[in-house]
Design a protein around this ligand. Structure first.
Ligand code: MN
Length: 726
């Protein structure tokens, strides 16, 4: 284990401004807090945070990161509190320790490796400071290095799998390839020990066959380059067992065919030299087509820069080459950590400082800290990161990824369509909230369901995802279809009943045959929609009715209210009840029928039934199309209030208006609109829209208004174009 002074010396060696006192205090604090806790290896527990700190000194991280590494397990594993760390080491370090602790807690709920990609994104998104992520990765690396001490097979395997699925790719994502390769190889040793041993055997065979090949090729390449006046360093290295294994899997090659095991890095003095070196190598050796890539002019998102090529080298051996400057080499190995180390040295290392992703990551971290929207920034840079998504959990710990701006209702639909459809509310982190609440990273969402719940038309406004929107529309359409069918069924039954017939059995089967319908449902649907009339169905089964059509029309006309003539035949009555008063039965625009009024339904193509007051003049236009008319009656107790309108002429003096509105208020009617025209000094014309229960309610209110002595006239408006100047 690294001693206290060794650690502090190492930090000071690369960072002369390091706060040695703080590092010493953090070291002592960690050893005291972890006390005699032990690791699986039998070592004192505090050796772990010290080793993690040591790993981070290899990355040349700053004082705060090293102190965070020393303290990273104190909140989780000892009595230490956030306040205590803040008091002793300041807010920055306390926040970072807290961040690492939070990540460790997330770890516990993420057994599902199928969600690894989402989980990686969540880790990045919740790391408000990229250094937290670096500490976490170093923590995992040390735990993997000491994995073999853990006795439980199952636990070792789980940790290794999680490392392979989540942490190794995450290290790669932020450009830390050394971390990535070591994490992968340590996991590989646990997950597929046999495969790793086979690869190792083959590697040692190859090494025996051509023991000096690495140096041979390195020498040949550097000689060739120095002839052209290029000063370079060539590093040859054997690939790690896991990356060789992966290549074998991806390209389906056998162990015997395996030869592509060496990679060479050529480190040059300048960016120009990279291209010159490439030119020399391509002239000297045959190059493999399709393998050249220029990541210098177009760096990878994580800041990686290099020229890649493959040539057929000495001894006819394929040789993979990566050509880059010293700084690029550093970034390739240490990724973001290198950017971090160089951040105060822009003058000395302009190559690094100019790399966009560095600034970009910095900005992202800043924005995450201040809570500003990162979206705008991302749109400008057109770079991929995960700030366009939110990651939330089900109560059982399943992770769901949604686009930013998604609501709890989106979440419900993402879990399952049936859950979305029956959602009546949500608990977010235990708190009951409306289901249109916007989600934040790490929210835990419990969906409250209601058995009789059904999606409403306005739900579409409360969701962001296409899946939820499509599911809501689908459900609304399905329900509308069901309502149209029920309406069609009632219309047919009512009309048949009016003729003394029962709409059932053979009678309806005959109708289906005559009208070429495949099913009763489809017939009812078309009648309900108004595409065909119920009278058509009646005439299909009783052609003789055709002769009596005028009588039938007469029955309908009786309903219109203008005719005093009553027929002996009963009119077809369609109750305007709660079940149907919805998508398929609508009140006519510009008309104000109220419960208690005589009403008539007009079957309107594609819209179902539109309800008019029987006294509306437009109904008279339909006298010669009785098949479109449906008699209707109000439900016994309508549950809603109905729109209505009163027209009045009021005395033009102070207080008139308030007396009128007070009178209306006394009747518990809602005023929804009020307009007036002053047409003389003494009087003004008022139009008041009010919501009332029924005709009786309306009549009593009008009587009261008339009695108020501030109006000379008050009348109910039945339809908008009603004319009062009689
Ligand atoms: Mn730890």
């Amino acid at each position: 284990m690294m001693r206290q002074y060794e650690l502090v010396d190492r930090v000071s060696s690369y960072d002369p401004s390091a706060n040695e006192d703080l590092l010493n205090r953090a070291y002592v604090f960690a050893t005291q807090k972890h006390g005699d806790q032990k690791r699986a290896s039998g070592d004192p527990y505090y050796s772990h945070p010290v080793e993690v700190a040591g790993i981070l000194t290899d990355l040349h991280l700053d004082t705060a990161s090293i102190a965070t590494a020393l303290l990273h397990d104190t909140i989780e594993d000892t009595e230490t509190t956030f306040a205590e760390i803040e008091g002793l080491f300041g807010r920055e370090i306390a926040d970072m320790v807290n961040g690492v602790t939070k990540m460790s807690l997330l770890e516990l709920s993420s057994a599902d490796t199928a969600q690894a990609e989402n989980f990686r994104k969540l880790l990045v998104a919740t790391a408000s400071d990229i250094r937290i992520l670096l500490v976490k990765l170093a923590d995992r690396l040390h735990n993997m290095r000491t994995l073999h001490f853990i006795k439980s097979d199952e636990k070792r395997r789980r940790i290794a799998q999680e490392t392979m699925d989540i942490y190794a790719p995450l290290a790669g994502r932020i450009g830390m390839h050394n971390f990535r390769e070591e994490l992968e190889d340590l996991s590989f040793a646990e997950i597929n020990k046999d495969a790793r041993e086979l690869v190792m055997e083959r590697l040692s065979e190859l090494n025996e066959q051509s023991s000096d090949m690495l140096t041979e090729i390195s020498d040949a390449v550097s000689t060739e380059l120095s002839k052209q006046g290029l000063e370079v360093e060539v590093y040859g290295r054997q690939k790690r067992p896991f990356s060789i294994w992966r290549k074998m899997q991806n390209k389906s090659i056998s162990l015997e065919q395996l030869s592509d095991i060496f990679a060479y890095r050529i480190v040059t003095q300048s960016e120009d030299d990279c291209y010159r070196a490439l030119g020399v190598l391509h002239r000297t050796y045959r190059f493999v087509p399709g393998r050249y890539k220029d990541f210098i002019s177009t760096p990878k998102i994580n800041g990686y820069q290099s020229l890649h090529t493959t040539v057929i080298g000495p001894n006819n051996q394929r040789v993979e080459l990566q050509i880059r400057t010293r700084e690029m080499h550093d970034v390739a190995n240490r990724g973001i950590a290198a950017h971090w180390a160089y951040k105060d040295q822009q003058d000395e290392h302009p190559d690094i400082a100019k790399i966009e992703p560095f600034n970009w990551l910095q900005d992202m971290v800043e924005q995450l800290k201040t809570g500003e929207t990162a979206e705008e920034f991302l749109e400008n840079t057109k770079l991929e990161l995960f700030t366009d998504q939110v990651f939330c959990f089900t109560p059982k710990g399943r992770l769901i990824a949604l686009p930013r701006g998604a609501t709890a209702l989106d979440f419900a639909y993402a879990v399952h369509t049936a859950i979305g459809n029956s959602c009546i509310g949500v608990r977010i982190n235990g708190l009951k909230l409306p289901f249109r609440t916007l989600l934040k990273n790490g929210d835990e969402i419990e969906i409250i369901r209601g058995e009789s719940q059904k999606p409403m038309a306005n739900w579409v406004n409360h969701v962001q995802t296409g899946k939820a929107r499509a599911a809501i529309r689908h459900s609304l359409r399905e329900r509308e279809t069901a309502e149209f069918m029920a309406l069609g069924e009632q219309m047919i039954e009512s009309l048949f009943a009016a003729e003394g017939l029962a709409a059932e059995g053979t009678l309806l089967e005959r109708a289906l045959g005559v009208m070429h319908y495949e099913s009763l449902d489809l017939l009812r649907l078309d009648v309900g929609r108004g595409d065909i009339s119920a009278a058509d169905v009646l005439l299909a089964v009783m052609p003789k009715k055709r002769r009596r059509r005028s009588m039938f029309a007469g029955a309908m006309r009786g309903l219109i209210g203008r005719s005093s003539q009553r027929t002996t035949s009963h009119p077809a009555i369609l109750p305007l009840n709660g079940a149907l008063y919805g998508a398929v039965v609508k009140i006519a625009e510009d008309h104000f029928p109220l419960p208690g009024d005589e009403i008539v339904g007009v079957v309107t193509m594609g819209q179902g039934v539109v309800v008019y007051p029987a006294s509306a003049p437009d109904i008279l236009d339909l006298e010669d199309k009785p098949e479109r008319l449906v008699a209707m009656k109000w439900d016994e107790k309508p549950e809603t209030l109905f729109a209505s309108r009163i027209h009045m002429t009021a005395v033009n003096r102070t207080g008139s208006l308030s007396i009128i509105t007070q009178t209306i208020a006394d009747f518990d009617a809602n005023i929804t609109n009020l307009s007036f025209i002053q047409d003389s000094d003494d009087f003004c014309d008022l139009t008041v829209d009010v919501e009332v229960r029924d005709v009786e309610h309306m009549d009593q209110m009008i009587d009261a208004i008339r009695g108020s002595r501030v109006v000379s006239e008050a009348n109910r408006v039945i339809f908008k174009k009603q004319n009062f100047e009689t």
